[in-house]
Ligand binder design. Sequence first.
Ligand SMILES: [Zn+2]
Length: 158
Amino acid sequence: MRCPFCQHEDTQVLDTRVSEEGDSVRRRRRCVACDKRFTTYERVELAMPVVVKKNGSRTEFDPKKLQGSLQLALRKRPVSAEAVDAAIHRIEQQLLSSGKREVVSEQIGELVMNELQKLDKIAYIRFASVYKSFEDVAEFQDAIAEIGRERKGGKPRS
Ligand SMILES: [Zn+2]
């Protein structure tokens, strides 16, 4: 790595740290010529797949939209912001690591439902009812019944 101050080509690595998420490496370097110090970051570059909507149109993946729908589903639910952020991060990681160039919007919906199911059952139902529109009544009943089964032996309904 070339020194940004004197352009000398040889720099010494003083310290290497991997980020908490494990997706980037930070290196503290020292120029052997001018002794100035600087930091470099190294990260894997993966592109988010393009989202294909139900009508076939394509749109860029929007993390704000993802965050918005999760927050809407989780409104007034006892789930910490950290847990929501972690869920969003996992969804993004799954999309990135799929290596696909395109993803259908339903697939993102499924990923969101997976996360909500783990985070909060009420939020899961809220999201699922909007996302699937529950045109099929039986489908809705199945979802409710599933939650009922999971609740048995657990906390009483509030
Ligand atoms: Zn230098």
